[in-house]
Design a protein. Structure first.
Length: 473
């Protein structure tokens, strides 16, 4: 959550604010709106007509970027009108009140069962899982379960002498850094090397010891859209156990890929088919195709989720376990997830995700054909690809491209890679449902139009490359 400070020097005086409103917002008295504009950094003295309040907020929000043209975010920016109607009908339902809203709780339970079946859990009908506000909360819950399981196995050493650690690639999403910070876990990061932009299985195993609570594998890196080798990580940890006796579980961060791979990479073994995978998370609001506000966390068996972390609610004469960091939150997104599962089914999801991949691969190939860019990935795993300039391009850099595309409404992030590859700066393009081949063609046209001007620059214009943003979505 952003930390907002102060008023940024805005003039909230009557003189400075009297022209803030369209006079017609005054309704019966068109001139009232010229003198009664409310302050923006303290509560108004009295109420406003609803149309006036709406007009003020609506006008400010027009200055936001167009979410459909935001190629930085993985978050869903389009749903069917029927889904929006369902969400509006459920926005006043508190997801935590499972006894008051038993049918909403039942839809959550069904979604967990569907995901357990999709991810090949040993017993999908008795799957253990929960909805969350997003994959970041789901990762926190999965990390907590890993830490608590490790602590239970080491009661003689923790917390007195042992410090837990979590092994992952340096490319992990920032929520894992937060988890380690908040819950006092040492983050052990496998660095990038050369053209390897994610975790190395043997490098991960080499960082493990008796204090390792788990290894995180990412099915779809936010840096470049590539899948990490989950099966390879498990194989390296199997070998480690044979040598040392250390039994290290794996958590799969499938924020995006867990809703892509089951449909378009069916032969890829990454999920609960691997015995070492103890938990998986995903974002319902990314490639799960739901508006922001829902994620999912699932565990292989009840034994993988320590009982002391679970709170139980009695509803409809039954027992409903709950596991969450947040308490009150709307049930609308969970209902929308169930709607989407019913609406599309396996074949529908396959068609949607394959279309996004086809758009990504086609756009990547055509950008490469322009001659100024080198592809790091091609959109053939996640529908996401990263691109940098070729070595002979000296007049501009990816930050210049990002800035110029923004002038046309496109939000394409430019950023520098982390440890061992800070020399590499890239553009990343995320193709989601709703980003059609027609929109891809418009992006390509704008990029082509910009290149002649960029090529005529004397040097790149970017100064502060640390200001680039990329992968916090």
């Amino acid at each position: 959550m952003a930390l907002h400070k102060g008023s940024h020097g805005r003039d909230d005086s009557d003189k400075g604010r009297k022209l803030a409103l369209n006079p017609f917002f005054g309704e019966a008295d068109p001139t009232a709106g010229m003198t009664s504009a409310p302050p923006t950094h303290r509560l108004p003295d009295g109420p406003l007509p609803p149309s006036t309040a709406y007009g003020l907020v609506h006008d400010e929000l027009m200055l936001d970027g167009n979410s459909r043209l935001n190629l930085a975010t993985f978050v869903t920016t389009w749903m069917e009108p029927q889904a929006g109607v369902l969400m509006a009908e459920c926005r006043d339902k508190n997801m935590i009140d499972k006894d008051e809203y038993p049918r909403t709780a039942e839809l959550e339970r069904r979604c967990v069962a569907m995901l357990a079946d999709l991810w090949n859990a040993p017993d999908p009908t008795n799957a253990v899982g929960c909805s969350t506000t997003g994959s970041s909360e789901a990762c926190m819950l999965a990390g907590l379960a890993l830490k608590r399981r490790w602590a239970a196995k080491n009661p003689d050493r923790y917390p007195a002498t042992a410090r837990p650690n979590l092994v992952m690639g340096v490319n992990v999403q920032v929520c894992w850094e937060k988890f380690c910070n908040f819950w006092e876990v040492e983050a052990r990061l496998v660095p990038m090397e050369g053209e390897r932009f994610h975790i190395d299985p043997q490098g991960a195993a080499d960082l493990c010891d008796e204090n390792t609570i788990g290894v995180v594998g990412i099915l779809g890196s936010t840096f470049d859209g590539s899948y990490e080798p989950i099966a390879g990580i498990c194989e390296a940890l199997d070998a480690l156990q044979e040598r040392t006796g250390l039994d290290i579980p794996v958590h799969v961060d499938g924020a995006s890929g867990a809703m892509v791979a089951p449909f378009v990479d069916e032969d890829l073994v990454w999920d609960f088919r691997l015995p070492r995978v103890s938990s998986i998370n995903t974002s319902g609001h990314k490639y799960g195709l739901v508006y922001p506000g829902v994620g999912w966390a699932l565990w292989r068996t009840p034994e993988d989720l320590p009982e002391e972390l679970v709170f139980r609610v009695n509803y409809l004469g039954g027992d409903m376990p709950t596991f969450a960091l947040n308490f009150s939150r709307p049930g609308a997104q969970v209902v929308a997830q169930y709607y989407t599962f019913l609406r599309l089914g396996r074949e529908g999801f396959r068609a949607v995700q394959q279309t996004s991949r086809d758009v990504a691969r086609g756009l990547a190939t055509r950008i490469e054909a322009l001659g100024d860019f080198r592809l790091l990935t091609r959109g053939d795993e996640l529908p996401v690809f990263a691109v940098t300039t070729t070595p002979d391009v000296k007049a501009y850099d990816v930050f210049d491209v990002s800035r110029r595309l923004r002038e046309h409404g496109w939000l394409v992030p430019a950023y520098t890679f982390p440890a061992n590859r800070q020399d590499l700066s890239v553009l990343r393009i995320v193709c989601r449902n709703g980003f059609s081949s027609d929109l891809a063609e418009l992006l390509l046209e704008d990029l082509r139009a910009l290149l002649p001007e960029l090529r005529e620059q004397d040097h790149p214009l970017s100064r502060d490359k640390t200001a680039g943003t990329s992968f916090h979505h």
